[in-house]
Design a protein around this ligand. Structure first.
Ligand SMILES: [Fe+2]
Length: 204
């Protein structure tokens, strides 16, 4: 008797192994928070608990050399993830079509969502205090499991409906954009700073 594992959901854990760049990015995040009036207005209007450049700025790699450097590294990580997924990329290329800053204050959250229009999404954790909210991933088959019982308390991660990843400085997570995820509440008074991104598929 054997058990096959079919249709796995991959989440790539990579690292930004350059502390100087990470700290320079953190500085740039605070410059944006200080100077991006449109972004701050959007956060006030939407009740965002902190600051995000998501709705206001779409050119961070052009504005800051630190973000240009990060883009080069993320491009390589995304290409590697496409190989991990065994995607046939002969006629396609991955293009960074969004990159934005998130500074979440105490008790700040981001409710469950997917990233439509992209194929790979992810986050670099720039500055993560003790007690910062975890990232919660949701089993994409949840809506098809109405009659199945809950997994046992000690079920392995692969059998769970929800999996929580604890962020830390320099961690880069990548996942397929359809995978629903949620940022749990920041339980620290210190802001939780991250940079999120989307890759779209283009024709070569
Ligand atoms: Fe997200």
């Amino acid at each position: 008797m054997t058990l096959q594992t079919l249709f796995p959901t991959l989440v790539k854990h990579a690292r930004l192994d350059d502390d100087a760049l990470r700290k320079a990015l953190e500085k740039a995040c605070w410059v944006l928070e200080d100077e991006d009036e449109a972004g701050n207005d959007w956060c006030d209007a939407e009740g965002y608990d902190g600051y995000t450049s998501y709705a206001s700025l779409d050119d961070l790699p052009q504005r800051f050399p630190e973000f240009a450097d990060l883009k080069t590294r993320l491009d390589a990580a995304a290409a590697g993830f496409a190989r991990d997924l065994h995607w046939d990329m002969r006629d396609h290329a991955l293009e960074l079509d969004a990159i934005w800053v998130n500074i979440l204050g105490e008790s700040g959250t981001h409710s469950g969502h997917v990233h439509p229009g992209s194929v790979i999404s992810g986050t670099l954790y720039v500055s993560i205090p003790e007690g910062a909210g975890q990232l919660k991933f949701e089993d994409p088959r949840l809506t098809a499991m109405m009659a199945a019982p809950q997994p046992e308390d000690d079920a392995p991660e692969t059998a769970r409906r929800f999996v929580y990843v604890t962020p830390e400085d320099g961690l880069i997570l990548l996942w397929e954009s359809w995978l629903r995820h949620e940022v749990m509440a920041n339980r620290s008074e210190t802001p939780r700073i991250s940079i999120s991104f989307n890759y779209a598929l283009t024709r070569k």
